[in-house]
Design a protein around this ligand. Structure first.
Ligand SMILES: NC(=O)c1ccc[n+]([C@@H]2O[C@H](COP(=O)([O-])OP(=O)(O)OC[C@H]3O[C@@H](n4cnc5c(N)ncnc54)[C@H](OP(=O)(O)O)[C@@H]3O)[C@@H](O)[C@H]2O)c1
Length: 292
């Protein structure tokens, strides 16, 4: 997806799949007819938090659009959600690090003709190790997924979510967003970006009815550590996947949803303390906890 350097034409508003004629983006979210359920688009829905987000939205009567690379686990989840909750569950196998992933997901959503009321940008991964030795291709992938995809999907779906009047945007950050992460430098930086981006969107959309939330989980037993190739990410209070997703829904259920929420009381205290302490001290502590 190319961004216009001149700013004269906003391709994000006009970008359409090659197979469809140009239409305004808002058509991705046509007004709900009484027969249509609201739908939630959830990325990273083949494992971990994404599965739990999908279960919660389905239990609340949402159709779901499940997005990740692996089709099979998503198909199993889709079958489960349809059987248990009677909702429509759509599976979109997609590598979100691909440059055209946003356009392709939007095309799928348009083709499915679902009434998107929620987007959960949850797909993400981390990498452990000294920055000087980090693999460049992996760095690029990590930024493409954790930063670029989150940014462009937020942007692509935001007009429709705003038009819905009661939309939800959740971007999954991390407690790593609250201080730099020695030996997880890129990951922590991507999550600081997610938190910053999301909180800015929260402010820009205040009073519109849209709920915007950056969720900051602490270490949680998912496939994350295997994908990261290290248990060194396990710093802080461990919560279960359902407990973390509970934190998100409790925040979303509040009349005045906060811009971000840290899962776990001890993690919250650590996040606040990291911002108050002198930077050298915060870095020294972080370095001791995550160091090789
Ligand atoms: N678990 C933790 O301790 C923890 C703590 C703080 C924040 N988080 C954040 O929570 C989010 C979810 O992670 P998790 O813990 O649930 O980890 P997980 O179990 O490893 O799940 C990651 C999900 O992202 C998907 N994904 C990975 N690469 C992708 C790609 N290129 N394109 C599309 N989807 C992709 C994976 O599916 P496929 O492999 O099928 O593509 C999977 O569904 C991430 O953003 C992570 O940074 C996790």
């Amino acid at each position: 997806m190319a961004l216009s350097p001149s700013g004269s034409v906003d391709p994000l508003l006009t970008a359409r799949p090659a197979t469809r004629s140009p239409e305004p983006l808002i058509d991705a979210n046509p007004p709900a007819s009484p027969s249509r359920r609201p739908a939630a688009v959830i990325t990273g829905a083949s494992a971990g938090f994404g599965v739990e987000f999908a279960r919660r939205f389905a239990a609340r009567g949402h159709d779901v659009v499940l997005v990740a690379r692996r089709r099979e686990p998503m198909q199993r989840l889709a079958d489960e959600l349809t059987a248990e909750h009677g909702v429509s569950a759509h599976v979109v196998p997609l590598d979100l690090t691909q440059a055209d992933a946003g356009d392709r997901l939007l095309a799928e959503v348009v083709a499915l003709d679902v009434d998107v009321r929620a987007l959960v940008n949850n797909a993400g991964f981390g990498t452990y190790g000294a920055f000087a030795e980090a693999d460049q291709a992996r760095i690029a992938q990590e930024i493409a997924l954790n930063v670029t995809a989150v940014t462009l999907l937020s942007r692509l779906f935001l007009p429709g979510l705003l038009a819905a009047g009661d939309g939800v945007l959740v971007n999954v950050a991390s407690t790593a967003a609250y201080q730099p992460g020695p030996y997880l430098a890129v990951y922590a930086a991507t999550k600081a970006y997610v938190r910053s981006l999301t909180e800015a969107i929260w402010q820009e959309t205040r009073g519109t009815g849209l709920k915007v939330l950056a969720l900051a989980p602490g270490p949680t037993e998912t496939e994350f550590f295997e994908a990261a190739g290290s248990e060194k990410f396990k710093v802080g209070q461990m919560l279960s996947v359902p407990a973390v997703v509970d934190v998100a829904f409790r925040a979303l259920d509040r009349r005045d949803t906060p811009p971000s929420v840290v899962a776990g009381h001890r993690n919250k205290v650590t996040a606040v303390a990291a911002g108050l302490m002198p930077r050298r001290f915060t870095l020294a502590v972080a370095g001791r906890l995550t160091g090789e």
